[in-house]
Design a protein around this ligand. Structure first.
Ligand code: S6P
Ligand code: ZN
Length: 208
């Protein structure tokens, strides 16, 4: 006789709640990444060192609800804080999936940002993502999320539980595109391109 493992269908255990403002996901496990854990990710190494001398702020957190049964899905609520290093927006480390063909769906929940995508042939793009927008990340594609705004950027990523994370696969080459703040808003540039001037500070009217 063939034995088949099935979930016992308990509705409460199948329902999760997201608190977007609080950055929580019920039934999830939280991990945090601080600036010191993002060595090599930002294009401007001097600006990165200088920022670390000021402290080691939280850059992003991920709350993951996972299920390890065969064929299952996992999902994570990512929240990237607003910030810049040398004009480059705060970002996630970025990874390929260890099982390269595993795709992922991202859903924007708060703020504005986007995904830097790069495939194994070296083709890359930046896909902006706002609230209610969905980005499909195909298999064989490294992905990094970026907060392009002045408030936390929150999103949900849904992926096969056995996808796995391969950080080393993209870390050495790093992503070819960097997303910078500029006078006309966010711009995706090639890593070696000249940087735009930083956004001018807002001038206060006398007497304000
Ligand atoms: C997992 C999914 C996300 C990321 C999260 C943090 O496959 O893509 O939940 O884990 O955006 O990024 P990273 O690169 O630090 O795992
Ligand atoms: Zn992923």
């Amino acid at each position: 006789m063939v034995s088949v493992e099935v979930h016992s269908l308990v509705p409460e255990s199948l329902l999760h709640r997201i608190d977007v403002a609080g950055g929580t996901l019920s039934g999830g496990v939280t991990s945090e990444r601080h600036l010191s854990e993002l060595s090599g990710c930002f294009a401007d190494r001097d600006a990165y060192r200088a920022a670390l001398e000021e402290g080691d702020p939280l850059v992003y957190s991920v709350v993951t609800a996972s299920d390890d049964a065969a064929g299952s899905l996992s999902f994570g609520l990512g929240v990237i804080q607003p910030g810049r290093v040398g004009g480059e927006f705060y970002l996630t480390k970025g990874h390929y999936h260890s099982r390269r063909e595993a795709a992922e769906v991202y859903i924007g929940l708060r703020g504005s940002g986007g995904l830097v995508l790069e495939n194994e042939s070296g083709s890359s793009c930046f896909v902006p993502m706002g609230v209610g927008e969905i980005v499909y990340v195909p298999g064989h594609t490294a992905h990094r999320s970026v907060n392009c705004g002045d408030e936390p950027f929150a999103y949900l990523g849904v992926y096969a539980s056995d996808a796995g994370h391969d950080y080393a696969g993209i870390a050495e080459a790093n992503f070819a595109l960097v997303v910078m703040d500029g006078p006309d808003g966010p711009r995706a540039l090639h890593r070696g391109d000249p940087r735009p001037e930083p956004r001018a500070p807002i001038e206060q009217e006398a007497g304000e």
